[in-house]
Design a protein around this ligand. Sequence first.
Ligand code: PGA
Length: 239
Amino acid sequence: MKLCVCKNYDEMSRRAAETVSRVVREKPNCILGLATGSTPLGMYRCLVDMSRNGLDFSEVRTYNLDEYYPIKPTNPQSYRYFMDHNLFGQIGIDPDNTHLLNGEASDPAAECAAYDAAIEADGGIDLQVLGIGGNGHIGFNEPAEGLICETHLTALAESTIEANSRFFQSSAEVPRHALTMGIQSIMRARRIILLASGQNKRDAITGLLNGRITTSLPATLLLLHPDVTVFCDEEAYRG
Ligand code: PGA
């Protein structure tokens, strides 16, 4: 696992965006795995700027990590809405090339199996972007005795509901469930970058960097992946 400690959020965002843009330039029809949340917003702003300056996303295909369940794609709290507004609508990507789990699927297990199959049929993810929860989750793979390999329907941890309540009027409004790529679905990506910013990520980053794998900090499974770079700012890094 490589570590890149950046001075602040802006530098972290820029360096992560540079990594994504290199992948897009080297392989114009690459497959990106994308994440939502506050952390990647700065990186998405950089990518929008890069697109205005000629970075071509017209052949890029994307698969997002997770989506609340149930939720309508038109709901401003949905991750589909987040991605359309913060990235897809501004980079000239073909909407048909952008994939998110369907938060309205009537059969979530079938939706999840089809999602993993579609990623595989498309050739697999070239670069997966991850955030990290304060509790160490990646996607919505929450700390637990056991972690599920494949994409699945899951319950959100109380700590995640609490953390995500800042996007809602109250914590009662935060959906209790989500569809998420599983650990193996994430680990199949050829390359992974993980972004972390701010003091509330310190414990998770410290746990990740101490080199011990535990399902109580799901991000530590990434220690088994051959090509992971952690971009974090100084606040998230306890040196
Ligand atoms: P955040 O979420 O970027 O909003 O902090 C990260 C995560 O929960 O994975």
